[in-house]
Design a protein around this ligand. Structure first.
Ligand SMILES: Nc1ncnc2c1ncn2[C@@H]1O[C@H](COP(=O)(O)OP(=O)(O)OP(=O)(O)O)[C@@H](O)[C@H]1O
Ligand SMILES: [Mg+2]
Length: 254
């Protein structure tokens, strides 16, 4: 049975798509057959982030009954499997998130499917909850995103979705609200703190997941730790080996 893990937020732009892409890639690298599905039907960004904006068959074609889900699944050069939504404005009218949850109800995707969701509490979001096994809520350390995250958590719980935890993204280490305060406002644990990382921009330019393009960057390491935590594995600090190798290479050992 595919396990569907939703990535949601109340406020837009907090990093859902970045988290979805990199968590899916990190899970894949741990050996879990993981698919990344773009459930942000009105403003899909996965294909844009990964440099595949114009694929022949999208999730919209599947929702319209024209194609099978397997025909809308693509393998990115990084190895990540994605189901992109259409970025075409023409297909906007036809979208119906309820169709998506019905469609996926009896479909097998990967062992794990990461579902990148739309921001907010619009009618686009609620129907998606019914297909999820669990939800991760992304926030930044500012009051607007934390307040909106709380509404998302409440809506998820109203729809009987287990909120597994909160991901604090773009943390500067000098955040305006403390971790303890965010946890007490939301009533949930922060299970991952992803730092603000300049390499995110560079990976976007390269159309690659950060964990693929810059596996040792600070945010990548946190994405890998998160993937390990979620699957009950121990994170292996491979960076130490890299560091040691770099050091030894300076002394001519490699
Ligand atoms: N940890 C990070 N460090 C630096 N920049 C980041 C980080 N996470 C995300 N960003 C940047 O923040 C911007 C918004 O990220 P992203 O598109 O993932 O957010 P989103 O929540 O999916 O947005 P939307 O609500 O529009 O779907 C992007 O420019 C992205 O590159
Ligand atoms: Mg997004």
């Amino acid at each position: 049975m595919t396990k569907y893990v939703g990535i949601a937020s109340g406020k837009g732009g907090v990093g859902k798509t970045t988290v979805s892409i990199n968590l899916a890639m990190a899970l894949n690298n741990l050996g879990h057959d993981t698919i990344l599905l773009d459930a942000n039907l009105a403003t899909p960004h996965i294909a844009i982030h990964l440099g595949a904006p114009l694929v022949p068959i999208t999730l919209h074609d599947v929702l319209n009954g024209k194609n099978k889900l397997t025909e809308a699944t693509y393998q990115h050069p990084s190895g990540l499997k994605i189901v992109p939504a259409s970025i075409s404005l023409d297909e906007l009218d036809e979208l119906n998130p309820r169709k998506l949850s019905n469609l996926l109800f009896d479909q097998e995707l990967g062992e794990l499917t990461i579902v990148d969701m739309a921001a907010g509490l619009t009618s686009d979001v609620a129907p998606i909850f019914s297909m999820l096994n669990e939800l991760l809520v992304v926030t930044n350390a500012d009051m607007p995103s934390v307040t909106e995250a709380l509404k998302t958590i409440k809506l998820a719980e109203k729809n009987n979705v287990e909120v597994k935890g909160v991901i604090l993204n773009k943390s500067t280490g000098k955040d305006l609200i403390s971790i303890e305060n965010i946890e007490s406002i939301l009533g949930k644990n922060i299970i991952s703190i992803i730092p603000e990382d300049n390499q995110v921009k560079n990976s976007l330019k390269m159309n690659h997941p950060l964990v693929y393009a810059f596996p040792d960057s600070p945010a990548s390491i946190e994405f890998k730790k998160l993937a390990a935590t979620l699957t009950g594995k121990r994170y292996e600090e491979k960076i130490e080996k890299g560091f040691l190798q770099n050091l030894l290479s300076r002394f001519g050992f490699f």
